[in-house]
Design a protein around this ligand. Structure first.
Ligand code: CMC
Length: 427
C-alpha cells in the first residue's frame, strides 16, 4: 500500500499521498489540498516546498552530498570537463566519444556573435555591471537567433548557441568595457581556454594558455553547473512556465543570480576581505557584526539554505585555490584573512549553532583572482557555469506533462472592502 499523510483540519481528517524520491527523501503531495480543504500552505522562501520532481541533481544538505545525474561532484571535478558535464546535465548520461566530439564541434560553430550586436555592447556606459549587460544581451539573442524548437536537433542547437555565445558575450563585454579590440573565439582552443584567450589576449601581449589555469576554470564551472531548485533556477522555471522563449527565461535567471545573497556573494566576499585588510586585518569586528541581531551584516560566503555542513563545492574550491597559489607562488593577503575568518567562525558558538559553514563562494573569488578575472565579473563567471543547469532544468520542466504555469497563492492581509471616496470628500 502506498504511503499517505493525514492532516486534521477543523476536526476533519484528510489524506494526501506521500511521494518518495530515489534517495529516500519524502514529500507530501498537497496538490489537492485547497480543493479538498479550502486551505493553502504558507511557506515564505519555499524552504519546505517542492515545486517539481526532478532527476537532474541530488543534494543532501545534512551530509554535504552533491551529485549531477547520480555522479558525485568530486568525481566530475577530478575527471570531467565543463563541456562534458554540461552534456551530462542536459542529456542525462555520459556522452560517448562521438557525442562529445559533436557537441564540441557545435560549440565551436556557434561561438561567434552577430556583428550587429557589437553596437549594443559599445553603447552601455563603461561603468555598467557586466551582469546587467549579460542578462540584457542573452535576452537580445532571441532577436538575432530566433529560437528553434521544432525538432530535437533544433532544440540542441538552441542550447549550444546559448552555451557558446554567452561565453563569447561575457568576454566581449569585458574587452569593450576596457576600450580594447574584441578577441574572437578560436577553433583550436577548448571551451575554457577559448574564454581565457578572448578575455586576455591582446595584439601587444599574446595570451599564453596555461593548462593549470584552464583546469581550474573547468573545475570552477563544473562546481557551478547546477544546484537543483535554487533562486535563479526557480526564476528560469517560473518565467519559462508562462511559455516564454528560453533566452528570456535564462535572462531572468541571470538577473536573479546577480543578488549578493545568491551568485553575487562571490564578489561580496572579496569586497568583505578587502575591507578587513584595509581596516588592519583583524577578523574580530566582522565576526561580531555577523552575530549581532541588530546589524543586517552577514558573513559573505557563509551559510546556505540547503547545506547544514561544509558545502562539498567549497572543499574542492579550497583545494583548487591552494594548488594555484602554490604553483604560481602567490602570496595573497586576502587568502590569509579568508583562512583566519574560516578558522575563527568554525570555532564560534554562533556559527556552530546556526550550522554556518563556508559555501562555494568563500574561496571561489580567490581562484578567479588568480585567473585574472576582474572582481566585477565574478558573478558573470558563476552565470556561465550555471547555464547547463538552467538549460537542463528548463528542458525538464517543459517536457513534464504535469508542468503548469507558476502561480503561487497568498494570504491576503490588507483592508476589507471599503468604498472609493471622491478626492474633494477625502480628509
Ligand atoms: N552570517 C551571519 N548569520 C547568518 C548567515 C551569515 N552568512 N547566514 C545565515 N545566518 C543566520 C541568520 O541571521 C539567521 O539567524 P537567526 O535564526 O538567529 O535569526 C539564521 O542564520 C538563518 O538564516 P536565514 O536567512 O533564515 O537562512 P537562509 O537559508 O534563508 O539563507 C543564505 C541562506 C545563503 C541566504 C544565508 O546564509 C546568507 O545570507 N549567506 C551569506 C550570503 C552568501 O554567502 N550567499 C551564497 C550562497 S551559496 C551560492 C549560491 O547558491 O548562490
Amino acid at each position: 500500500m502506498s504511503e499517505s499523510a493525514k492532516i486534521i483540519i477543523d476536526g476533519k481528517t484528510y489524506e494526501f499521498p506521500v511521494i518518495t524520491g530515489s534517495e529516500g527523501e519524502k514529500g507530501i503531495d498537497i496538490s489537492e489540498l485547497r480543493k479538498q480543504t479550502g486551505y493553502i500552505t504558507l511557506d515564505p522562501g519555499y524552504g519546505n516546498t517542492g515545486c517539481c520532481k526532478s532527476s537532474i541533481t541530488f543534494v543532501d544538505g545534512e551530509k554535504g552530498i552533491l551529485r549531477y545525474r547520480g555522479i558525485p561532484i568530486e568525481q566530475l571535478a577530478e575527471h570531467s570537463t565543463f563541456v562534458e558535464t554540461a552534456y551530462i546535465l542536459i542529456h542525462g548520461s555520459l556522452p560517448n566519444e562521438k557525442e562529445l566530439t559533436n557537441i564540441r564541434v557545435m560549440l565551436n560553430d556557434n561561438s561567434l556573435i552577430h556583428e550587429d550586436m557589437q553596437i549594443f555592447f559599445q553603447n552601455f556606459p563603461r561603468s555598467s555591471s557586466p551582469m546587467g549587460i549579460l542578462s540584457a544581451m542573452v535576452n537580445t539573442l532571441r532577436s538575432f537567433y530566433p529560437e528553434l524548437m521544432d525538432s530535437e536537433e533544433d532544440i540542441e542547437l538552441t542550447f549550444l548557441r546559448l552555451l557558446s555565445k554567452a561565453r563569447t558575450m561575457a568576454a566581449m563585454s569585458y574587452k569593450i568595457s576596457k576600450g580594447h579590440k574584441v578577441v574572437y573565439p578560436r577553433p583550436d582552443y577548448t571551451y575554457c581556454a577559448n574564454f581565457l584567450n578572448m578575455m586576455f589576449d591582446s595584439p601587444v601581449k599574446p595570451y599564453i594558455i596555461d593548462e593549470d589555469l584552464v583546469e581550474a576554470l573547468n573545475t570552477f564551472w563544473i562546481l557551478h553547473a547546477d544546484h537543483e531548485q535554487n533562486c535563479s533556477t526557480a526564476a528560469v522555471k517560473v518565467v519559462g512556465s508562462g511559455k516564454v522563449n528560453i533566452y528570456a527565461s535564462i535572462s531572468a535567471g541571470i538577473a536573479a543570480l546577480w543578488g549578493q545573497l545568491h551568485g553575487g556573494a562571490n564578489q561580496a566576499v572579496i569586497m568583505m576581505l578587502s575591507d578587513i585588510l584595509k581596516n588592519g586585518g583583524s577578523v574580530d569586528q566582522v565576526i561580531s557584526r555577523a552575530k549581532d541581531r541588530n546589524d543586517a551584516f552577514r558573513l559573505m560566503g557563509f551559510g546556505h539554505r540547503v547545506y547544514k555542513t561544509y558545502d562539498p563545492r567549497a572543499k574542492i574550491m579550497k583545494s583548487t585555490c591552494d594548488r594555484l597559489l602554490s604553483k604560481f607562488n602567490i602570496d595573497d593577503p586576502l587568502v590569509d584573512i579568508a583562512k583566519k575568518l574560516e578558522e575563527v567562525a568554525l570555532k564560534d558558538a554562533y556559527f556552530i549553532d546556526h550550522n554556518l559553514y563556508p559555501n562555494i563562494d568563500f574561496y571561489s573569488g580567490i581562484v578567479l583572482r588568480v585567473l585574472g578575472i576582474p572582481t566585477n565579473m565574478f558573478t558573470v563567471m558563476f552565470a556561465i557555469g550555471r547555464l547547463p543547469g538552467w538549460i537542463a532544468q528548463w528542458k525538464e520542466s517543459i517536457d513534464d506533462p504535469d508542468w503548469k504555469i507558476s502561480r503561487p497563492r497568498q494570504i491576503y492581509t490588507g483592508p476589507n472592502e471599503n468604498n472609493y471616496i471622491p478626492i474633494l470628500k477625502r480628509k
